[in-house]
Design a protein around this ligand. Structure first.
Ligand SMILES: [Zn+2]
Length: 460
């Protein structure tokens, strides 16, 4: 070995590639240059910084492929606050959904937000392109995104009333082109017209309230749209990534399609496996998300799907809105925006509720949060694994630490959390990004702008 070793992480249980083993990680510059047996004599390590990982679990830095920040959208978090919250939560790479104002060219909003990210982000980031309603211009918006290193797209099958729903004609046309270019289509699958009708009906009866919210967006609306987009994506030969899946039925439909050879992946979120629709009565607008929180039986069926491989990834769907947008009185419940913060609590919740409660094992946790998102979104083999040649992005988890989740301690500008007061087990103690300690024992060690933009090439 001829490169000097700059950092050595020793004594920990290292989880990667489906295995857990005691190992020492050697880092030179930004890169992992060795994963060796404990006690191995390492030449050229005299000046290395040593991180003691004894009694800790070492996993690859988490990739949160589903976050939202203020890109002309009014979200509470900027690149700065979102990436800070992420770093404290063990997330070293994020992929926010970037959108523009109506009519703003793709090149402009992706360019602006890339600049903002490069100036502000603590952690590495890529971007998804979220398009508003279909516009004239044919393939130009897609081409501009590919040119900017953005290869994944989101449009909505819901929200006709907000003017951003894509009907099947437009969807098919877009998917055919994304597929041809080697991109990925990220889909929010809910039947928009069914939901719009139910919203109107419940509102007219004065029943569009927190208690009835789950019935306004029923599981069937998710299953139907999932089946439809699976069919369209199959015809269009477009790889499909289904975001924030909240029902066992829709996940099973996607898994069935995968078994027949279709390129499809499913993502769920910590909130769908930790909270039920009872939170609507308790928390009202704060817990208003779409798809909605479901019955307890769905929660357990998604855990089973995560364990058996029919769910592929976990993303936070972090969507923090200013408190006054989420805390309107109940009579204004229909106006409350969808979304909740979650980037900082994703890994802790999945560890505590998943691994510590034996619903998933450590290799599965790492597959869901690190390996699979890196592969699907073209960030592998640099990201998502602990291996020679990969970026030295790592999280040291203290598996025994018990702590309380409190909104006031979170680093998102939301200032609240739907998991307020939860006592959980396991905490990310140290986060390392490209060989530099980002967070250590609750202290931030890097400054804004350390994060790097990751342009993506087309999936092979
Ligand atoms: Zn989202």
């Amino acid at each position: 070995m001829n490169r000097p070793i700059d950092m050595i992480i020793e004594g920990g249980r290292v989880v990667t590639g489906g295995a857990v083993s005691e190992a020492t990680i050697l880092i030179s510059g930004e890169t992992i240059v060795g994963v060796v047996a404990p006690g191995t004599l390492v030449v050229g390590s005299e000046n290395a910084e040593r991180l003691d990982a004894s009694r800790k679990i070492v996993i690859p830095g988490v990739i949160d492929a589903h976050v939202h920040l203020d890109s002309y959208s009014g979200h509470a978090d900027s690149f700065a606050s979102l990436s800070t919250a992420a770093a404290f939560g063990g997330v070293t790479t994020m992929i926010p959904y970037i959108q523009g104002k109506v009519g703003m060219p793709v090149k402009e909003f992706l360019g602006n937000m890339r600049e903002e990210g490069e100036a502000q982000s603590l952690i590495d980031f890529a971007m998804h392109c979220r398009l508003n309603a279909p516009e004239r211009g044919g393939h130009a918006p897609f081409d501009d995104a590919f040119d900017a290193g953005v290869t994944s797209f989101k449009v909505f099958m819901a929200y006709r009333k907000r003017g951003i729903m894509w009907d099947d004609y437009n969807l098919f046309e877009a998917l055919e082109y994304i597929g041809q270019r080697g991109g990925v289509f990220c889909c929010h699958a809910e039947n928009g017209d069914v939901i719009d009708y139910l919203e109107d009906k419940f509102a007219a009866q004065g029943r569009y309230t927190p208690e009835n919210f789950a019935d306004v967006r029923p599981p069937e609306a998710e299953a139907e749209a999932t089946f439809r987009v699976l069919t369209i994506a199959k015809l269009a030969r477009c790889p499909l990534y289904l975001v924030h899946m909240s029902t066992g039925e829709a996940i099973a439909l996607a898994h069935q399609a995968r078994l027949t050879g279709q390129q499809v992946w499913t993502e769920t979120c910590p909130q769908y496996v930790t909270l039920t629709n009872e939170e609507m009565t308790r928390q009202g607008g704060l817990a208003k998300i779409a798809p909605p929180l479901r019955e307890r039986c769905e929660l357990e069926s998604i855990w089973r799907a995560a364990a058996d491989g029919s769910v592929n990834t976990v993303g936070s769907d972090h969507a923090a809105w200013p408190w006054n947008n989420k805390s309107l009185p109940n009579e204004k419940f229909p106006e409350i925006v969808f979304g909740m913060p979650g980037v900082e609590t994703m890994l802790p919740l999945m560890f505590s509720e998943g691994v510590a409660k034996n619903r998933i094992d450590l290799p599965k946790l790492v597959e869901l949060l690190c390996e699979a998102p890196a592969r699907i979104f073209g960030l592998a083999p640099k990201k998502g694994v602990i291996a020679v040649g990969a970026d030295a992005d790592l999280v040291l988890i203290d598996p025994e630490r018990e702590w309380r989740i409190e909104g006031k301690d979170m680093h998102s500008l939301a200032g609240y959390t739907a998991h307020e007061g939860w006592t959980i087990r396991g905490k990310p103690a140290t986060t390392v990004l490209r060989g530099r300690v980002m967070v250590q024992e609750g202290r931030l060690m890097q400054t804004a702008g350390f994060g790097r933009y990751l342009p993506r090439s087309i999936r092979g």
